[in-house]
Design a protein around this ligand. Structure first.
Ligand code: BGC
Length: 467
């Protein structure tokens, strides 16, 4: 059985986990110092793998998801030697290490883009997506960027527009060019040779767009996922060719080594998710996040509906992968309320599939709004990225300096107090993970839903037990 099927994954938002040098920003040495919490220490959570948000040099237009150098570590976070130390320390404890692989775009400051932008005839030009202005001189079409505004920015020097699905500082890579997949394969092998066990691949559903740049239709009613509100992204999201690109990515990262885990971030409805898993194991992604679960809200019928959909629609070799919180969404403590947290933990950690915890959810951390005037993320996601609350002390055990984002109420919620309390949420997470590791059924499934008496008529999947 693949190691990641019975595993519990844990997302570390690197800049907010633990600061080792007092600059107020979390770093790689800080993570090393706090590994006891994750696995191998007294009363640790005993998670199986960490996923690190991007650690590369970046101008931080999208907090690291705008990579300026794929083969280096941002000096604020550490260096390659520290990274090696982190991987070794994790492996010593039985923790696998996953990195974020940002493949949809680079930073405008990446050398690939600098040369692509330098002239229309540069060999790298086609690594990105360029188009002539429309007849009126405006953007080539009306596609919108994920965070608002046109998805096109004009490059005066070469008189063409470049495409960016996210911020203008994040030009989209052209996945129709095989050299792009080859270059990303090289990046993967670079980190694999340093011991990395897998990758969470960002935004892959938008990796390919319609070649003839057809216009998107208007929104198709209320969207079930956070896209399609302003226009229906028919021609620039989840194109059929992207599935072939997922196969290409898998082939590009292969090459003689045991395969790394590829966990895809693919914001598509469950009907479309299976394609990203390929026709058989190991052909494309191994796992893809079920975002319908994350967006279901704290509503039993809705949750049951999306769990049944996943069970019914994933291919036979598919395996669900679920999270309740992440670096991109309000925390579930904020969305559901604190009273829901124990039941939410039981749900997440007892369903069939691979759960992904988001740093701090194990103690019930809520969103922390930055004070007026403080903003790092233009899309308003700072609040769910506040620093980890380790202890009730100045700096919250996170830093000896001033935290880059404000801390939550560390007096009320912190790791240290909850570790000492067998009735705490942290203790519940720990027990649930231990129970999961100890139960063959829990680790492997299969799953058969049980319904409370009287709920039978609401059963939504033919596979439900209905008892
Ligand atoms: C990240 C987001 C980011 C987006 C675009 C996602 O994978 O989680 O924080 O804004 O990619 O790069």
């Amino acid at each position: 059985m693949s190691w990641w099927k019975p595993a519990v994954l844990y997302e570390v938002y690197v800049r907010s986990f633990a600061d080792s040098d007092g600059d107020g920003i979390g770093d790689l040495s800080g993570i090393v110092a706090r590994l006891d919490h994750l696995r191998g220490g007294p009363d640790s959570l005993a998670i199986d793998a960490i996923w690190l948000t991007p650690i590369h040099p970046s101008p931080l237009a999208d907090m690291g998801y705008d990579v300026a150098d794929y083969r280096a570590v941002d000096p604020v976070l550490g260096d390659l030697a520290t990274f090696d130390r982190l991987v070794a320390a994790c492996h010593d404890r039985g923790i696998r290490v996953l990195m974020d692989l940002v493949v949809c775009h680079t930073s405008v400051q990446h050398p690939w883009f600098a040369v692509a932008q330098s002239s229309r005839s540069d060999p790298h030009r086609d690594w990105y997506i360029w188009a002539d202005p429309a007849h009126d001189g405006g953007a080539p079409n009306g596609w919108l960027a994920a965070f608002g505004g046109s998805a096109w920015s004009f490059d005066e020097a070469t008189d063409q527009y470049y495409l960016h699905t996210f911020y203008p500082e994040q030009p989209d890579l052209n996945w129709r060019n095989p050299q792009v997949a080859a270059a990303i394969g090289d990046v993967v092998r670079f980190w694999r040779s340093r011991g990395v066990d897998g990758f969470r691949v960002e935004a892959f559903n938008v990796a390919l767009k319609d070649e003839s740049l057809r216009e998107n239709p208007p929104p198709a009613g209320p969207a079930s996922l956070p896209y399609g509100h302003r226009q229906y992204p028919l021609w620039n999201t989840d194109r059929p060719e992207v599935i072939e690109a997922a196969h290409t990515l898998r082939r590009a990262v292969r090459k003689g080594e045991p395969d790394p885990l590829l966990l895809g971030e693919t914001y598509v409805p469950m009907e479309r998710l299976g394609g990203y898993l390929g026709n058989r194991p190991g052909e494309a992604f191994d796992l893809v996040f079920d975002f319908e679960f994350l967006y279901a809200g704290w509503d039993a019928d809705r949750l049951r509906f999306v769990v049944d959909r996943a069970e019914g629609l994933l291919p036979a070799h598919g395996w669900p992968c679920r999270a309740l919180s992440s670096n991109d969404n309000p925390r579930h403590a904020t969305r559901f309320g604190e009273r829901a947290l124990r039941a939410a933990a039981v749900l997440l950690l007892t369903l069939r599939g691979t759960p992904v915890l988001y740093m701090g959810e194990e103690i019930g951390m809520s969103d922390v709004l930055p004070p007026p005037g403080v903003s790092f993320d233009r899309a308003g996601r700072d609040a769910c990225r506040s620093p980890m609350q380790w202890a009730d002390e100045p700096g919250g055990g996170f830093t000896t300096g001033t935290p880059w984002l404000p801390l939550g109420d560390t007096h009320r919620i912190n790791v240290s107090d909850q570790r000492a309390d067998s009735a705490s949420l942290l203790s519940l997470y720990r027990r649930l993970i231990a129970e999961r590791h100890g139960s063959r059924a829990r680790r492997r499934g299969p799953a058969e839903p049980r319904y409370a008496a009287g709920e039978r008529r609401l059963r939504l999947s033919p596979r439900g037990g209905g008892r």
